[in-house]
Design a protein around this ligand. Sequence first.
Ligand SMILES: *[C@@H]1O[C@H](CO)[C@@H](O)[C@H](O)[C@H]1NC(C)=O
Length: 470
Amino acid sequence: MRLHTSPSLLALSAAPLVVNSLQLPFGIQLPAVIDSRLTSLKSSISQIQVPSFINKIIDPTGSSPLLSLHRDLVAIPSVTGDEEKVAKFLEKYLTSKNFHVELIPVESPEYPSSKKRYNVFAYPEGGSKSAPILLTSHIDTVPPFLPFKDGLRTVYGRGSCDAKASVASQIIAVEELLSQKHITEDTISLLFVVGEETTGDGMRHINTLNMKWEAVVFGEPTELKLAVGHKGLAMLEVEAKGKASHSGYPSLGVNANSHMINALYKLDHLHLPSSDLLGNTTLNVGIMNGGVAANVIPAFARAEIAIRIAAKTFKEVKDIVDGALKDVEGIEATWKKPYYDPVFCDHDIEGFETIATSYGTDIPNLNGDHKKYLYGPGSILVAHGDNEKIDKSDLYEAVKGYKRIVKGILNAKAVVVHDPAKEEAAAAVVVEEVVQVKIDVPEAPANKAEGKNDKEEHVEYVTILPVDTP
Ligand SMILES: *[C@@H]1O[C@H](CO)[C@@H](O)[C@H](O)[C@H]1NC(C)=O
């Protein structure tokens, strides 16, 4: 998720509950000496065969494929520009899970060429590079790196929410879809890109590779809701030039601040387009500077403005703004990068709450006429803050969510053959030739809405989840 706003707004949320070396239920903190005994006991236990339920209580994170993958991702620093290690980790991990993995080098003038940066593209062994569905997210994070910390219900660390929660749950979702035979190997591929938090260079590089998908599922924190879209962005800088003079003799100078006030008043009172899905286009004068002293006629003023576009296009909004400013004396407006149109996402899958988000994503950076879905665990409100975190239960929910989205995409393509016997046996749905996937009969919509009746979604871990102590 890319924000172009002050991070201070986001530094919210409660203090972390942290268990240092050994997880115990109910937030018990042990004296160091006992704690270290238990830790060594734990390591000796792990060398003998113990029933898995004991292991799951002693080490809920290590014994959960999802939580341990997420932990390993978050533990690797990957601030934008420095994504090599996490890409190499994913290459190794996905290879070990029988994926064919390609590291795609990304070079950009913004980042030193001494740093190797890779997008990670993967598809199941026996599958195909041109699978119709792509699950994608990003492996870079905003600065600064914050180490992984394991709490009882929640894990903390940079990227724990944005977007390594999406990366981990997308991977586990695909592993489960394959192992549970909900999809065939040639249905899906995975793409984890660099550079999302700054210029989107990782995703834009994909456009040079001539790849195509029918549907792309973008992973970003949407609070487990299916996004209807996100606003577009326009940014401009306005400068006013004047001539300094003594404030007692204004006629000897030219007041840059007066020009700026005229310009900003017009902008503040502009009528900008709105849409039912994304709400109002909003305009924020984020920075105003001008003048040097109260008794000097200001020779220079400057303002920076961000516009979140809810309807029409960047070009149309730019034309409205340029039109409003064209008669204002003494100012010059410069449009900045990045800018993008509002993004409208597909949200035609039952059983999800929907959300309109106001942050930027890689969606506009990937060309093509594919269907676009935006979904992921975690909240924007903590994503870039110094207490970034994710609830473990949200990670598990996201795995289910991604599986339901993939099944929903396939069901939408499915041509159901009416054979009552088959239907009664809850057997098979025949799918269009192109896709060649066999999928189970979709769950009844009523069940989907409740989201809890998916029998194969049994919980594969046991952990103790008391209420975090305040
Ligand atoms: C959009 O703007 C209108 C008019 O200014 C206002 O009444 C409405 O509350 C705004 N909607 C939202 C969602 O902020």
